[in-house]
Design a protein around this ligand. Structure first.
Ligand SMILES: [Zn+2]
Ligand SMILES: [Zn+2]
Length: 339
């Protein structure tokens, strides 16, 4: 099979390698579509807990192609998606029921073989049937599951005002979930107009076109629109300049959530007295681990919409082009590899 194989950070080739065979309890999935996301750029650089050699890719939809011994819940030919996050079940956090904080956590496409290949293997507990969802929708299961986890971490109170920085695919999905969780208004701030237009179509109430290099103006404008701030402020760009204006934009008693992926050594300033006397809650949201069923249900019912998000499709041979488009093509929103 063809696969994107990294020997080390930044060094990948498209190789022909043996198609893996499913062992007991495993499922072999023939990939139809695999989503490329910002995390893959971090992995390309060797960040985000990447371990090499590696086949990257953690977003996918495909068809069950073979079953290992003892797997009875799937049939060959069925369309499925795969939760890429694996917890150990044994560490102190797993035993506390918080597998996302697992000490020994593994990620398909991060430190285990992922979906940028014609076939991938997953243990059956990670595989989910997607029912009638089309591949174009089901390929969003993983990013949408991350958004679902984010929404669950926020525990949005009905009637809240919400602001999210970042109109990329996961920002858009979280904006929708905040709206359907009962937020009275959701504002999406981003630096690309067409993404904001889509956010509005998919359920945002207001949008704000920001200049990432002039966050002072962004802060002033957004405070003008909501003078006491926003009950929920989500940073989904990974930019430290943007992160720095989030607490000042959070309404007293509200929540600031770090949702974007920053570089591991980056920091931003927070005014401690402000957090203290205005009782601001600071929350992280890392990934997903137990939200696939809820997410697939929301995609199925149409509560979560993905229409119009996919803008670019590349073949596996064009993986370099896909990364380049993700990095610098202003017209790119969701990029997928098609097989
Ligand atoms: Zn992703
Ligand atoms: Zn664990």
């Amino acid at each position: 099979m063809k696969a994107v194989v990294y020997d080390s950070a930044k060094n990948f080739t498209i190789k022909d390698i043996p198609t893996p065979e499913p062992k007991s309890g495993e499922v072999l999935v023939k990939i139809e579509l695999a989503g490329v996301c910002g995390t893959d750029l971090h992995i390309h650089e060797g960040d985000f807990l990447a371990e090499f050699p590696l086949i990257p890719g953690h977003e996918m939809v495909g068809i069950v192609s073979a079953l290992g011994a003892g797997v009875n819940q799937f049939k060959v030919g069925e369309r499925v998606t795969v939760n890429p996050v694996v917890s150990c079940g044994d560490c102190e956090f797993c035993r506390e029921g918080k597998p996302i904080l697992c000490h020994n956590r593994k990620g398909l496409g991060t430190n285990w073989p992922g979906s940028f290949a014609e076939y991938m293997i997953a243990t059956e507990d990670l595989v989910f049937k997607v029912g009638n969802l089309s591949p174009d929708v089901a390929v969003f299961a993983e990013p949408a599951a991350c958004a679902m986890h984010g929404a669950q971490m926020l525990g949005i109170k009905p009637g809240s005002s919400a602001l999210i920085f970042g109109a990329g695919p996961t920002g858009q999905l979280l904006a929708q979930l905040m709206a359907t969780s009962g937020a009275a208004s959701v504002t999406v701030a981003g630096s690309t107009q067409f993404k904001l237009d889509l956010a509005k179509k998919l359920g945002a109430d207001k949008t704000y076109l920001m200049d990432r290099n002039n966050v002072a103006k962004t802060k002033d404008d957004l405070l003008k629109a909501s003078p006491s701030g926003y009950d929920i402020v989500v940073e989904a760009t990974g930019s430290m300049q943007v992160a720095e204006i989030c607490v000042p934009l959070t309404r007293s008693g509200g929540t600031f959530m770090v949702y974007g992926v920053a570089e591991p050594d980056e920091t931003f300033k927070i005014n401690a007295f402000d957090v203290f006397h205005r009782e601001i809650r600071i929350q992280g949201s890392f990934a997903e681990i137990d939200t696939f069923p809820a997410t697939l249900a929301a995609l199925e019912s149409g509560r979560l919409k993905t229409d119009g998000l996919i803008t670019h499709r590349f073949s596996i041979d064009e993986y370099g082009k896909a990364l380049e488009a993700l990095r610098s093509d202003k017209s790119a929103h969701k990029i997928v590899l098609k097989f």
